[in-house]
Design a binder for this molecule. Structure first.
Ligand code: GLA
Length: 721
């Protein structure tokens, strides 16, 4: 019996360095590795002066064993904070402590740690990878049950991150259907900060990630930390104050009871955490996340094609997909410049409303007596790609599929089968269910060379039991990734959009399998501004589905002018979602101008960095590009309360260069002013040759703005001379 758990092996240090960030751990053969540092770049070779325990005087009335924060803190043997692991064996073996540690560095950017607890009979393998270029740290964990009996694992953090004591606030995102990515800022304190999601999908309610800031950090300067759990199911994150003043941040899958039951020899792999820190404020952090996401998108051929303009039939027609009407809409869409025509819900057998038919994935015989062939041929003749809406994981009780296989829906013995939007969730982890869905959808894709699937998921999981009564949340997520991959393997050029009642399934994991997300069912441009800005903290604009809807907006009843609606959708993966046939000729010309403008600028918008900023007085802006060339989009969301406009600073510009500035307007905008009043210099931005200004002036003093009306946009192209 030993009275101390203090390790005896000599401590060693291991570091990973990115361009602007570093991490450092202290490890020894017979202890769990300690977190020593994650923050701004250290000089290569910079080390702490001593092992951590040699630097920390012990406070009074504490355990004689000093237990600092490890990479995997565990409950019961000297650690009193949140545990990265909660597990037991029939009520025993409830405490864990790793006393063997093997470190491997397979490459200069990766640490692999194998930690063993011979008493609890567990092995925990951790992988940390710091991408040198993006400064994104990915972490994941794998737990193996080395014991002879079952281990009930209740919580396994994908990773535990240290946050320095100077962190003061956490920015996270809440929401609901039609109201995604709403920013909530809270002060960090000694109380535990926790966000959890048990809805079985990424959720509108709790985005699995957050940004932690230090005092003085702003959009472009100061130290900020961000982390996101790449996972499309249940999740949990906590930030906990520790007695040395720092915080620990754990993120992981929220396991429902029983989901972590590991048989002897069995292993559980966590999702990945994608994390980063930046000394360049929120925009610097966003750039890191965008770089990482861009590296993982599964583009056919390895590179993104320019994002084609969409027309989606949903808000134009809802379920009323009468082929002649749809073809007429396709004609109008092609004429205005649309490049991909997406037939949304309502095309399949018996789908005339949202009360029936999910699961019956063949064309409705009444609406499409000849199948989809004539419509697809029509769309292709018009030079557009063809996309189709599906919601594979769902079934309506009123469907042929459910009548034939009522047991295929997730359900719990003795419990009601709770519907949502009149639908149930299929147990797609069952091979016969996945095969059915694959066969039905693949046949359509093959028959019509479908380019694009809008893949929806319109309800939370509840009563989500598998056939044997076990919980099906985790299995469902893994199965949907597998089904998407199977379809893409059969049709490598197929693109997929992840939709879930709008933005209920937006995360870095689904975007290993999909190419676009439907950001929100709310297309009200004013509401979209906040949603898009929240989204852009983590995700790049080219995968952000952004449509011009009609006025008044179906979701809010508010009306905005066409120019504002289009300018707000412009930076994303642009599309239209209304019945264009209702537009008169001038409006169609105006819309066509916007499509041309998008096509002219999409490469600039979709590559390079995104900076978000605000000048106050209800003006928010975003700039896309780099210091050599930028497209600046300025949105006024409410009437001005100032007599003179505040200046807009562009700190990313090259201070030693001069820039040429030209106002960007759709052709039909020329002469039609959304400006209240302008000034001679601002007039010089319009047309050639534009205006010349010093980068230093724009970076430090700022750009003069016109007086714009509420709900208008002002756009400027800046190019370095
Ligand atoms: C969800 C999507 C919408 C639309 C409908 C169809 O709500 O978010 O865009 O596809 O389903 O039922």
């Amino acid at each position: 019996m030993s009275y101390t758990a203090l390790p005896t092996a000599p401590p060693q240090f291991a570091a990973l360095h990115g361009r602007h960030s570093s991490l450092l751990i202290e490890w020894q053969d017979d202890d769990a590795p300690l977190w020593r540092y994650w923050g701004p770049r250290l000089a290569s070779g910079a080390l702490p002066p001593a092992p951590l325990r040699a630097l920390r005087p012990l406070p009074s009335f504490m355990l004689d064993h000093d237990q600092p924060l490890t990479l995997a803190p565990t409950f019961g043997v000297g650690w009193f904070g949140q545990s990265a692991l909660l597990a037991h064996r029939s009520g025993r073996a409830f405490a864990q402590a790793f006393s063997e540690c093997l470190l491997q560095t397979p490459d200069p950017q990766t640490l692999r740690l194998a930690l063993t607890d011979p008493v609890a009979q567990l092995r925990l393998e951790l992988r940390l990878h710091l991408d040198a270029a993006s400064d994104v740290l990915t972490l994941s964990s794998r737990l193996t049950n080395l014991g002879a009996d079952a281990l009930d694992l209740q919580w396994l953090a994908a990773g535990t991150l240290p946050l320095p004591a100077r962190c003061t606030a956490v920015r996270s995102y809440f929401g609901q259907h039609m109201h995604e990515f709403q920013l909530q800022t809270e002060v960090l304190s000694r109380s535990l900060w926790r966000r959890e999601n048990r809805r079985g999908r990424t959720s509108h309610d709790n985005f699995p990630g957050a940004v932690v800031t230090t005092p003085g950090a702003d959009a472009d300067a100061g130290l900020v930390y961000g982390a996101h759990l790449a996972w499309s199911g249940n999740h949990q994150q906590t930030i906990e104050w520790l007695h040395d003043g720092q915080y620990q941040w754990q993120l992981g899958e929220w396991l429902s009871p029983g989901e972590g039951l590991l048989a002897p020899g069995q292993t559980l792999d966590t999702p990945e955490i994608v994390a980063s820190c930046s000394t360049q404020g929120l925009n610097g952090l966003a750039a890191n996340f965008h770089a990482e996401l861009r590296a993982r998108l599964p583009w056919a051929g390895g590179a993104m094609r320019p994002r084609p303009v969409h027309l989606n039939t949903w808000e134009g027609f809802y379920f009323d997909l009468e082929p002649a009407k749809v073809m007429a809409l396709a004609d109008a869409a092609a004429a205005v410049g649309v490049e991909r025509f997406v037939v949304d819900d309502g095309w399949f057998q018996g789908r005339h409303h949202d009360r029936a038919a999910l699961g019956d994935w063949w064309p409705d015989a009444a609406k499409f007596p000849l199948g989809l062939g004539p419509l697809v041929a029509h769309v292709r003749r018009l030079g557009m790609e063809f996309g189709l809406w599906v919601e594979p994981e769902m079934v309506n009780p009123d469907s042929e599929l459910h009548r034939a296989h009522p047991d295929w829906a997730l359900q719990l013995d003795g419990r009601p089968m709770l519907t949502a939007r009149n639908q149930l969730v299929l147990d797609i982890a069952r091979p016969e269910v996945a095969d059915y869905l694959f066969d039905k959808i693949e046949a359509l894709v093959r028959a019509h060379a479908i380019d694009y699937l809008k893949w929806d998921h319109n309800r939370d999981l509840s009563c989500a039991g598998l056939a044997d009564g076990r919980p099906g949340y985790r299995a469902q997520v893994l199965a949907v990734y597998a089904l998407m991959d199977r379809l893409r393997a059969a049709h490598p050029a197929l693109e997929i959009e992840s939709c879930s009642g709008g933005g209920g399934r937006i995360d870095f994991a689904v975007l290993r399998h999909a190419h676009r997300v439907w950001t929100s069912d709310c297309i009200d441009a004013l509401a979209r501004i906040d949603t898009q800005r929240g989204y852009l903290q983590f995700f790049p604009p080219e995968v952000m589905g952004a449509h011009v809807g009609t006025a008044p907006a179906h979701s809010t009843g508010r009306s905005q002018g066409m120019d504002f609606r289009a300018a707000v959708a412009l930076p994303g993966h642009f599309g239209l979602e209304f019945d264009l046939r209702q537009l008169d000729a001038p409006a169609l010309t105006q819309l066509g101008d916007w499509l041309r403008l998008y096509k002219r600028w999409r490469e600039r918008l979709h590559h390079g960095r995104v900076w978000l900023g605000e000048t106050g007085d209800s003006v928010v802006w975003q700039a896309h590009g780099d210091a050599a060339e930028l497209l600046l989009l300025v949105y006024r969301t409410a009437p001005s309360t100032l007599r003179y406009m505040p200046l807009l600073r562009l700190p990313m510009l090259d201070r030693s260069a001069r820039y040429r500035l030209r106002q960007v307007e759709p052709d039909s905008q020329i002469g039609r002013r959304s400006l209240d009043s302008t000034a001679p210099w601002l007039e010089s931005l319009r047309g050639e040759p534009g205006a010349l200004i010093d980068g230093a002036w724009l970076a430090e003093a700022g750009l003069a703005l016109p007086r714009c009306k509420a709900e208008t946009a002002f756009m400027v192209h800046l190019s370095r001379l």
